[in-house]
Design a protein around this ligand. Sequence first.
Ligand SMILES: [Zn+2]
Length: 492
Amino acid sequence: MDNLKKIIFGAALIITTSAGNSCGAFEVVYPKNLAMNTDAASTFFVGSAEAGSTLTINNKPVKIWENGSFVEVVTLHDGENSFILESTSGNEKKSIKYSITKNCPNKTAKTEPPLEEFGADEYIYALALCDGVPLREKPNEKAPRITHLSKNTALMVNGKQGEWYRVSLGPEKNAWVNSKKVVNHSLINGKLYASVEDVSLRDDKNYEYIESTMDIKTPFSVKEVDGGLQLEIFGVKSNAADSKIFKPMNSVKNVAIATAQSTANSTYYVELNHKLWGYDCYYDGKKLVLKIRKAPQIDKNAPLKGLVIGIDAGHGGNDSGAIGPTGVKEKDINLDLAAKLKAELEKAGAQVLMTREDDTNVPLYDRPNKAKEADALILVSLHANSLPDGADPYKKHGTSVFYYNNESKQLAKTIQERMITDLGTANDGFNRSSLVLTRPTMPLCVLLEVAYMLHPTEYMLMLDENFRKKTAASIRAGLEQYMTESTLSEQN
Ligand SMILES: [Zn+2]
């Protein structure tokens, strides 16, 4: 808290100091530079002005909020737009000129490089360079991900477009990988298919495992389906467990495996006794492991007792996140809220894992990994929202929660509904979004945007200690409600 108090106080101090030596002072936090380019049809000026002063943009008066914030949307025409910000306090005037260029729409569509088709039985044999290499639906970095590859997964490449390799996932199914993310590009003749030599089930305290022993590592994908999971291993010619009957376990009710010669895919239909509480699929050597979390046992009177919950304070270090009109940084608000939430959860009996506890830079991908290594059941990432050029901060605001995997959808919905009820903030929805902090399948992951840094009254709320306390209590209540409801429905 001390840190945040200092920063908020510091921001207030700057305004007072400016007023002391030059009347009519104001500070602009966005746009960051006096000249900028954008593709959007509008942008906004965000900053703060000294109490008692007036501010105009191109002679039009701008509303200054009670804490000195101003947020003003301006429309842009193609080419250069000039804006003069002028403040008056008594006889003193201060003005700054901004030049914002709206890029003209580029009508010439980018031409794609030609597709190189290989011969009918010609392949490049390539191996994934590291863990987490995405296989995509189309040859570009923005295309949806089909799955992620483990290091040294063997790929059969049957075509090339620019720097992208087309990967065969069966006779009719292809995916794309960036050729810079694979190694050992040797040419082979004929297909390179794997055999699954054995499949077995085992468990430990928190997890059940379905383990497939393979002779080579080929790509796989896992899908959430009604009642469980569907694992598909690509490029498989045979699976010794095709007709195997498995003894049911605590969580895994049934596993049925079918391998189709026509598609060279082995599909595992995994039926569960309860909803999904997290899963992971990875290679351990040449063994493909599907790891499934058992349902947590909860105490109805203290539903968070004994659970491990991860808290991620968004941004940190040299990544400030969004910056509010008076200069307070999102990273500091997030960290303060994270500490308050930690206290709430510990009071409720949970064990808390923080991805950062001070103002440091924690790489994005390390954050969910830390939570996973600590065996966290849930990971909550805390943020305050921002907007790009073209949006209107007065229209788009409120509380939103993001999830990606279906298993986390109800968690996102419960927390978001709890927050808008408890905090009285506008409903900005619960939304599916592919983010580093929402994509992991274990732990259950949600990302909270408590309110907007660019909305003057929401920003004032975020700076209010009591509001942050109330927010932490509301998130704790949302987590308790989710745990109670989802474990109760299981018993029915
Ligand atoms: Zn953020």
